[in-house]
Design a protein around this ligand. Sequence first.
Ligand code: HEM
Length: 474
Amino acid sequence: IRQLVKQRRPRGFPPGPSPIPVIGNIMSLATEPHVFMKKQSEIHGQIFSLDLGGYSAVVLNGYDAIRECLYHQADVFSDRPSLPLFMKMTKMGGLLNAKFGNGWIEHRQLASNSFRYFGSFQKPIDQKILEECMFFVDAIDKHKGKPFNPKHLVTNAVSNITNLIIFGERFTYDNCDFQHMIEIFSENVELAVSGWAFLYNAFPWIEYLPFGKHQKLFRNAAKVYNFLEQIIRRFSKGRVCNFPRHYIDDYLNKLDKCAGDLGTPYSRENLIYSVGELIIAGTETTTNTLRWAMLYMALYPNIQEKVHMELDSVLGSEKSPSLADKKRMPYVEAVLHEVLRFCNIVPLGIFRATTQDTLVSGYNIPKGTMVITNLYSVHFDEKYWCDPGTFSPHRFLDSNGNFVRREAFLPFSLGKRHCLGEHLARMEMFLFFTTMLQRFHLQFPPGTVPSLTPKLGMTLQPLPYSICAVRRQQ
Ligand code: HEM
């Protein structure tokens, strides 16, 4: 066993906690891995390693270490690890999970162009988001101030923004097939960092065990891909070359153009993977942010009151918010930034890998090493944040109440693989949040305070809670 452990941590590799034979440190990741990793960094240093049962991963903690690697060595830290789970799910193709190289560049560029172009086809994207905001507040109003769980409503509203770009259409809030697909997809986002997923990565032969959560993950993925294949076929009907109506048309046009090129990364399979990744990366994250924001507004009525005051003074009760108003709403901006900092929507980022051997802080990190970016540790880094465990929007304001950017704020990560949807997500959060709070006062049903403990997964979301949205008297 000692020999095996030695091989697992190569020469000059960062140190880390002692592994248990065979399964290494996997068991330590069962509860709150991001908190465990931050604590370990206090013992072993900002850069340390974990043994994940047969392979080693480097964990980057704190703003300095993450900037050093993701920004100053951007090319080196831009790959995704070839883990058995990812290989089985997307064969390392598509976009989010693609290996660093031509395939990833082409897919990222195509998606980014689509976001810009289809986002503003016919109407500017903020206008389209505002239209969705109206469906959203109307649906909230139907609850007439009575308690409801906002999860499904927020998910439907938010996913419709990516649906517009990908399919050229929004789906109504009673579209059960689409909702079911998102539900099992987001279950997979949770399962992807479960103990069973780590075990599968270490011991892929457990695929043949008839039990285990990894089996559920595979079944869900098969259903999601099947659904996506059908819906892609439906929305590509009537495609006319050179007149793309949405992302799917654009992709298929590219696929046709490159037919016959030997090295082309475009394929029907990669289209399915990319569509799935864009839907889930765009929906799960923004939805969770808004659900946390609603929860914290009800929890801190004094903060909510300041938001209401700013909305009333800038917009009044009639005018719809627009992106141009953002500059005049520093408090709203500060609240949304504090939600992103404090709630750590993607606490460990998306796993990275090194493209070549490298040296960081005197440690050797070989090519192909899996790298975990502990974004939570950046947002709770005592060197940059005073009293990080307190929810306080004021840390984003100067003494005159102006919004101030903070350096150690990386909810969208950093470097070449940083979030592709950051701009879109910021627009969505601002417009959904302001439209909702302009009309409603959020409060918990009398006598209840929901848990603030997050539900664990690749993303952190609140446990299901009930809230009352009471129409404001203005
Ligand atoms: C990647 C956060 C919204 C699409 C990421 C990463 C993070 C992140 C932390 C990992 C980057 C890395 O590898 O280090 C968030 C948060 C969001 C959000 C907090 C909302 C509040 C969106 C939206 C979209 C999107 C709306 C698109 C519709 C992507 C894609 C990647 C990504 C495609 C993979 C990029 C690549 O591998 O090149 N996001 N995201 N995200 N995000 Fe987002």
